[in-house]
Design a protein around this ligand. Structure first.
Ligand SMILES: Nc1ncnc2c1ncn2[C@@H]1O[C@H](COP(=O)(O)OP(=O)(O)OP(=O)(O)O)[C@@H](O)[C@H]1O
Length: 318
């Protein structure tokens, strides 16, 4: 259960995945990760290249046995040892679908439907992803974005309770991405719990209830977007008139900010109290009769939070 009493569809505790020998000679791609996803949520897993997202999601999908820790899906089931319980309730959209390219879209969906319990009708599945008019086209003739739509149709064919989407909009044009986001929202409205891995921060920001940023095998930050962003400082930028510099500003202590001077009087103030810092700077400027150019106050964004995580210390040795 989560704090609001919803059932956790996913519970991951101290999860490890090591490639190679199961000792210090092996490479630990996932290092003690813990998180849970309540029923009906969209959870986004973000991270730098090689952060361990795919390694984690493959464990959730039951494709490999963890080196350590535990995963429970739907309350009680281990996705690796209890696959017969978890697989029928799970939909997976991998990064590369791997369909027979000589089959048409409809043939592909029909073939998949024949091995799926209670599948959606073929027409509904293809309509839902905007491929209704492409049923007679061979898979090899589809564009990259259309192939991703077909991947999504397949992943959702069995009306899964839990859906894993691995970079679902990679290769799509902006319209395709927006269409896909609407489809994901509709699936979630219909009750599916969704785990999304993506490199598009705006995709995570727009869709996810909660997100986790992985870095070097660990979860470096997690929470809602406002929670993650709140942990990072805001910035106030402006350009001082010629002849003025950092020494002319109020003290860093009075400003409650760290001041960084750039070229030609450009100032960047990093602060956890943007209102205070901005007020102090504006009062100072008015008192001195100084005209500040290029004034820009901005709260931290998810992108800044992400970049800070990515720039943190490199992995230590075990
Ligand atoms: N089969 C394997 N054998 C050895 N190392 C592996 C194997 N698969 C992945 N790795 C390593 O594990 C680390 C995590 O890889 P993973 O694919 O999980 O990262 P990711 O976060 O999904 O990255 P990306 O965003 O680039 O897809 C990487 O350093 C990768 O090289």
């Amino acid at each position: 259960m989560d704090a609001n009493g919803a059932e956790n569809v996913i519970e991951v505790t101290d999860l490890w995945r090591r490639y190679g020998p199961d000792d210090k000679r092996g490479f630990a791609a996932v290092r003690g990760v813990t998180f849970s996803v309540p029923q009906g949520e969209i959870f986004a897993l973000l991270g730098t290249n090689g952060a361990g997202k795919t390694s984690t999601v493959e464990l959730l999908e039951g494709l490999a046995r963890p080196t350590g820790g535990s995963i429970r899906l739907f309350g009680a089931h281990d996705p690796f040892t209890d696959r017969k319980h978890t697989r029928p309730r799970t939909g997976v959209m991998l990064q590369h679908g791997g369909f027979a390219t000589d089959l048409t879209v409809d043939e592909t969906v029909r073939m998949w439907a024949s091995v799926t319990t209670d599948p959606r009708p073929v027409a509904e599945a293809t309509e839902m992803v905007g491929l209704g008019h492409r049923g007679d086209v061979t898979v090899k003739s589809l564009s990259g974005g259309e192939k991703r739509r077909l991947d999504l149709a397949m992943a959702t064919l069995g009306r899964p309770d839990l859906l894993f989407l691995d970079e679902p909009t990679t290769g799509m044009d902006p319209e395709g991405r927006h269409d896909t986001w609407r489809i994901i929202e509709r699936l979630n409205d219909d009750g599916a719990t969704i785990v999304l891995t993506t490199h598009y921060l705006e995709e995570a920001e727009g869709l996810a209830d909660h997100l986790a940023i992985m870095h070097q095998g660990e979860i470096a930050a997690s929470g809602t977007v406002p929670e993650i962003v709140a942990a990072h400082p805001s910035t106030l930028g402006f350009r001082l008139p010629p002849g003025l510099g950092t020494d002319d500003l109020p003290s860093a202590g009075d400003l409650r900010a760290t001041v960084t001077a750039g070229k030609d009087g450009l100032m960047e103030l990093s602060t956890d109290d943007l209102q205070h810092t901005t007020t102090e700077v504006l009062l100072w400027a008015r008192h001195k009769g100084i005209d500040l150019k290029e004034l820009d106050a901005s709260s931290a964004s998810l992108e800044e939070a992400f970049l800070r995580v990515a720039r943190t210390a490199t992995r230590g040795t075990e």
